[in-house]
Design a protein around this ligand. Sequence first.
Ligand SMILES: Nc1ncnc2c1ncn2[C@@H]1O[C@H](COP(=O)(O)OP(=O)(O)OP(=O)(O)O)[C@@H](O)[C@H]1O
Ligand SMILES: [Mg+2]
Length: 161
Amino acid sequence: MTAHGVFHVTTASPEETEALGRRLAPLISPGTVVGLYGDLASGKTCFVRGFASYFDLDGAVHSPTFTLINRYCAEPALYHVDLYRLEEVEEVLDLGIEELFESAAVCLVEWAERAGDGVLPRAHVKARFAHAGPASRHVTIEDYGALPESWDRALRQPPLA
Ligand SMILES: Nc1ncnc2c1ncn2[C@@H]1O[C@H](COP(=O)(O)OP(=O)(O)OP(=O)(O)O)[C@@H](O)[C@H]1O
Ligand SMILES: [Mg+2]
């Protein structure tokens, strides 16, 4: 599978990673799945916090490490999934994830590699996170047919935070 477009940035603080997530939010249409990849503490939840801050939420964004799925708002339906604790694709499917991915909800999925590419809808976004220093992270966003044209331009506007 080849990405339709790739955007790279290095964020210098958690606030910048949040700002990047917030910038991606208006570019995402209903039904889109965003897979988040990267080591522990690489910034996935931080990015989701920023993304969710674009919408009207009642509560705070917490990592769904134990609950597996958090629902943040109804319009658009916004789900935050964390597959870290699941070891097999079967367990991922038992969550009912395919129905969620086929719905009009926007889904942000940490540790999406646990699900495998076969479970992701054909059109989706991938965001990859890597440690670059104590307070910096390399972030790569790849579009697989889910983002509007020139999406990377909207992300590139400095400053991030
Ligand atoms: N540039 C940065 N961007 C994001 N987080 C950063 C950055 N610099 C430092 N941090 C710190 O790294 C940690 C990132 O935590 P976060 O929970 O977002 O990671 P995660 O990728 O979701 O991890 P997990 O796989 O455990 O869910 C936070 O403690 C945050 O303060
Ligand atoms: Mg997390």
